[in-house]
Write a protein that binds this ligand. Structure first.
Ligand SMILES: Nc1ncnc2c1ncn2[C@@H]1O[C@H](COP(=O)(O)OP(=O)(O)OP(=O)(O)O)[C@@H](O)[C@H]1O
Ligand SMILES: [Mg+2]
Length: 234
């Protein structure tokens, strides 16, 4: 699999208009290669979640350009007709809170999206179980989300984000509620998944525990990005 990289060029996002307008993104430039995990760091209100939402086609940018693989998805306007299909098939989201569906067991939380996308149920569940096992929560497949610890729930949420094998994963503070050991294991898993599936991953974080694990970091400040080489060795 070739995988898809991410390229963002001169992206801006203005919320609202007139006196109350907020320029959340002013000039964002970022590239992520297939198989690469980059960190995105910046103070509260600097535009991190806004950037992930633009890239995930949850909100529309104001200007600029975004490319996935060799396909331009946004160039001063959306360039693809079906944004729902983009979100469903090509982007995996991991949030700070796992947002699991409380009345489905763990395995169906992970298998739901592939089933909705038309995969046979048996196959979706088989793949869901493989992912859960890879994330060390396979033994909890039949439990309800409320019966899991915070770290287990977060690993289930990562399995769910990977279930469609999206070429892009966007993680917004995925380790915030976790202790050191669990936080580092989540990062290790994201790195493994990036390599195994050639996924391009952006991890938004304030978490001092995981910042040293990135090979490349983007800082965002006042809506603008700056690149830095991370502490981790290649
Ligand atoms: N829907 C919205 N309407 C208007 N302004 C918004 C909206 N969402 C975010 N903003 C503003 O855009 C700026 C960037 O917000 P964003 O949520 O991207 O920050 P963040 O870097 O994710 O912060 P945090 O670390 O606190 O999550 C902030 O000034 C915020 O108040
Ligand atoms: Mg945020």
């Amino acid at each position: 699999m070739d995988g898809f990289g991410i390229r963002i060029e001169g992206l801006s996002k203005r919320y609202g208009e007139g006196d109350t307008a907020v320029d959340a993104l002013k000039d964002v430039n970022m590239t992520v290669a297939p198989g690469e995990v980059v960190g995105l760091i910046g103070p509260s209100g600097s535009g991190k979640s806004t950037l992930l939402k633009c890239l995930g086609a949850v909100i529309e940018p104001t200007t600029g350009k975004m490319t996935l693989g060799d396909e331009v998805i946004y160039d001063n306007g959306w360039r693809i007709p079906d944004l729902r299909a983009l979100r469903r098939d090509r982007i995996g989201f991991v949030f700070q809170a796992p947002y699991l569906i409380p009345f489905l067991d763990v395995i169906d939380n992970v298998a739901l999206l592939p089933m909705l996308a038309g995969q046979p149920n048996g196959e979706s569940r088989k793949r869901a179980l493989e992912l859960l096992e890879a994330l060390d929560v396979g033994h909890r497949a039949k439990a309800q989300p409320s019966q899991l610890s915070g770290g287990e729930q977060q690993r289930v949420a990562i399995a769910r984000a990977l279930a469609n094998q999206p070429p892009v994963i966007l993680a917004d503070e995925p380790t915030a509620p976790l202790d050191s050991e669990r936080a580092l294991s989540v990062v290790r898993i994201l790195n493994q998944m990036a390599q195994q599936f050639n996924t391009a991953i952006i991890v938004v974080t304030h978490d001092e525990k995981i910042i040293p694990t990135f090979k490349r970091i983007y800082h965002i400040r006042d809506g603008k990005t700056f690149e830095e080489k991370g502490l981790a060795q290649n």
